[in-house]
Design a protein around this ligand. Structure first.
Ligand code: F3S
Length: 292
């Protein structure tokens, strides 16, 4: 069996940066917490915990020390509350998310009704909503966009990880719901690149293994685009979930991973796969095109 790694996989720039900032903030002299798990990856969260970086669900749970804002960002009220509590803020908001927050704030100031295209309950969307004074509409589907009332001026921003084609379809509907529609296409290319690489690989292998946290939306999406490409895909969180019967009779298997999956978790997966198929295992270079 041959194992192939997707060309774009695993940690994106924003997640890498957030973890670097967190590790740098670890301090033996004062408590350090991330506000919510830093990424949707339990193994990484455990590793940070071993370095003394705890997870606080709410700011109220932190009495003193440092609070790390994760890559999803938070609304302005959290910065005010942290300041009032004299906490040191380590801002690991991804610069792409910051851009979406600033775009929402600017559109609101410019007199637009802000529309955030994204998943309503996603922490990033909640953070963008905060910067739009909690006055924006959130739409996730073309149907929801259809249901919005008419406004003379709309200002549209995207959740950074939203699918580009779906965003464009929703924008087309919104343009028919107003006189003027300002669009800030705040989609991050990391997600698209991972999805494209996953589909390219899926089309050329017998089966796909998708590695990433169970609650990571972008990892689940990778599995779904592979299945749409017609290839069976297994979403696992760690190597321990691999089953030998998945690979029986297969010639080729591809591996990809969500933007919050550390390299060492991916490595454990292909090492275990190699161990399961003791004969005829070839791990080709990253991004190698399968020729048959
Ligand atoms: Fe940032 Fe894009 Fe990653 S928005 S956190 S670089 S997926």
């Amino acid at each position: 069996m041959k194992i192939y790694l997707a060309e774009n996989r695993g940690f994106c720039y924003g997640v890498k940066r957030a973890i670097d900032l967190a590790v740098h903030a670890a301090d033996t002299n004062c408590p350090v917490y991330t506000l919510g798990p830093i990424i949707h990856n339990p193994q990484m969260v455990d590793q940070l915990q071993e370095m003394g970086i705890g997870v606080a669900a709410r700011l109220e749970d932190i009495a003193t020390g440092k609070v790390i804002i994760r890559s999803h960002g938070v609304g302005p009220e959290i910065y005010c509350q942290a300041e009032a509590k004299q906490l040191t803020v380590v801002d690991a908001t991804c610069p792409h998310v910051k851009k979406a927050q600033q775009a929402a704030q600017a559109l609101l100031k410019a007199g637009c009704r802000v529309v955030i295209v994204g998943e309503r309950h996603h922490p990033e969307v909640q953070s963008i909503l905060g910067w739009a004074n909690n006055e924006a509409d959130v739409v996730e589907t073309p149907l929801e966009a259809q249901a919005l009332p008419y406004h003379s001026r709309l200002g549209v921003v995207a959740q950074t990880t939203f699918a580009a084609a779906e965003f464009d379809a929703i924008v087309a509907i919104l343009q028919g719901k107003c006189d003027e529609c300002k669009v800030e296409r705040t989609i991050c290319t990391a997600t698209d690149l991972r999805q494209q690489a996953a589909v390219n690989l899926a089309r050329n292998v017998d089966s796909m293994i998708i590695v990433g946290g169970r609650s990571s939306a972008n990892t689940a999406r990778l599995a779904s685009v592979c299945r749409t490409a017609g290839t069976p895909a297994y979403h696992i969180e760690s190597a321990s979930e691999l089953k030998a019967e998945w690979f029986a009779g297969l010639q080729t298997v591809g591996i990809t991973a969500g933007a919050s999956t550390p390299d060492w978790v991916i490595e454990e997966v292909y090492k275990k796969m190699e161990a399961m198929n003791m004969t005829d295992v070839v791990k080709l270079e990253t991004g190698t095109i399968v020729t048959g």
